[in-house]
Design a binder for this molecule. Structure first.
Ligand code: CAO
Length: 432
């Protein structure tokens, strides 16, 4: 037996032709008394119309964009289908009108399985300018329950209004390290599929080892940076024939002192000069602002038995190449011993990731947010270079610069790369 209840717009004051801006349920949804069904927006306020009874929505009489007034029929709810424990209040009359529209109502909308428990999403505060997000009271309440600042959510509804689906998509995006990246389907979030769950033992023998702590932390950072930064990698070769000869000569001269110059130290020194020449590379995005740094701390990726860490050479602009080499040597040793402190891994402006001691030709490093660029370096190799008359053997160092396209355009990135290659080709330019 069904017990159909007509849900009508209650007394909303003197308003006529109030647009329906959001439908919060669909036919077949089970609702509890006081659950919001639709959202209306007058010139003055946004209001939710709750269901007066528990039951199942059997018909929706309005759609987004329709206009309603007091008494307009918005939905039919079958109160006979109220679940056990629900109180089918107000079922006596066939046509039920909610007593009033609460300013903020709570909805029991289904939350994706992965978010079954409210999740505190660590989202930075809204940028200066305050919360101008358009969202109905129920959506705001829903966002609050999930710990989401609605100002960070991109709305896909009419006039950019934030819907419940937008909040869910945003949370999914944050959980997957990709907050608020627009999607082609829903307009928010990445709509990612869950990670494939496969029983590999079905196919052969396996051994399961937990990820190291460093891998877990760096993995989360890398996933966020890869998903959130529209990055492009630019390649260049630097002719380091003379520089390498100079480095070898210097190391011979300083053999007894125990001092050693590395190519990495020269690259860091040259990178500082390039950052000074191209200040956009020494910045970080902060909302709609770009923070220009007047200091030059250069991080470098260090491969350790426990995973990748990124120690920082502080004030590299004030250090000689010998001092930088001593710093990278000491920091690499500490990194391999797992003894780096947080202060030694923070405050970087730009990162150099050198695989030169191993090999490779080129690669595409991931920007180390909130920096805006990273330089990848591979193994130098002797190659024939045309000098206008003949091919001559030159030592070429492959450079791979990845830059955040929100801050750095391709032309600027290429200018930076060309300049950096010039510095390495003739290191006297660094002191100019
Ligand atoms: N081309 C050719 N040879 C190079 C070179 C280059 N670009 N860079 C270094 N080498 C040589 C060095 O000269 C050294 O040889 P010598 O002892 O004869 O001088 C040898 O390779 C070993 O160098 P190294 O890599 O141990 O030392 P480094 O100072 O160049 O680098 C460090 C230090 C910490 C950057 C490096 O040990 C390291 O960990 N690299 C890996 C970084 C990494 O994993 N990046 C990827 C991040 S993204 O996943």
């Amino acid at each position: 037996m069904s017990q159909i209840v007509e849900v009508k717009v209650p007394d909303i004051g003197d308003f006529k032709d109030v647009p329906v801006i959001e439908i919060l349920v669909k036919v077949g949804d089970r609702v509890k008394a006081e659950d919001s069904l639709i959202t209306l927006e007058s010139d003055k306020a946004t209001m939710d119309v709750p269901s007066p009874v528990s039951g199942v929505v059997t018909e929706l009489k309005v759609k987004v964009g329709d206009t309603v007034a007091e008494g307009s029929l918005i939905a039919l709810v079958d109160a006979a289908k109220a679940g056990a424990g629900d109180d089918p209040k107000g079922v006596q009359s066939k046509a039920a009108t909610p007593a009033a529209i609460p300013a903020v109502t709570s909805i029991a909308a289904p939350v994706p399985a992965t978010l079954a428990a409210p999740v505190a999403v660590a989202v930075p505060a809204a940028a200066a300018g305050g919360n101008k997000a358009h969202a109905s009271p129920s959506v705001r309440q829903f966002a609050r329950e999930l710990g989401v600042d609605v100002a960070r959510v991109t709305g896909s509804g009419p006039k950019g209004r934030i819907t419940q689906a937008d909040v869910q998509a945003f949370v999914k995006g944050v959980m997957s390290g990709a907050a608020a990246v627009p999607s082609v389907s829903a307009g928010g979030g990445l709509d990612l599929l869950p990670w494939p769950k496969i029983d590999f033992s079905k196919f052969g023998e396996i051994e399961v080892k937990p990820l190291s702590r460093i891998k877990k932390i760096s993995g989360q950072n890398l996933a966020r940076n890869w998903a959130m930064i529209p990055a492009v990698t630019y390649h260049e070769d630097a002719d380091i024939t003379e520089l390498e000869a100079f480095r070898v000569q210097m190391n011979k001269e300083h053999e007894k002192s125990g001092k050693k110059l590395t190519m990495l130290a020269f690259i860091i020194k040259a990178a500082v000069r390039a950052l000074q020449e191209f200040p956009e590379f020494n910045t970080s995005l902060d909302g709609d602002n770009l923070v220009y740094k007047k200091y030059f701390n250069i991080a470098f990726a260090a491969d350790t038995p426990n995973g990748l860490v990124v120690p920082v050479v502080k004030e590299a602009d004030r250090k000689s190449v010998f001092e930088i080499a001593a710093d990278t040597g000491a920091l690499s040793k500490k990194a391999r011993e797992g003894k780096l402190g947080p202060a030694e891994m923070s405050g970087a402006c730009f990162t150099v990731s050198s695989l030169g001691g191993i090999g490779g030709t080129y690669f595409a490093p991931i920007v180390n947010a909130p920096e805006v660029a990273i330089l990848g370096v591979n193994k130098s190799a002797m190659k024939p270079v045309w000098d206008g008359k003949q091919f001559v053997p030159r030592l070429l160092l492959p450079l791979s610069l990845t830059a955040d396209h929100r801050v750095i355009d391709g032309a600027l990135a290429t200018r930076f790369n060309v300049y950096l290659a010039q510095l390495l080709a003739d290191f006297r330019r660094v002191i100019l």
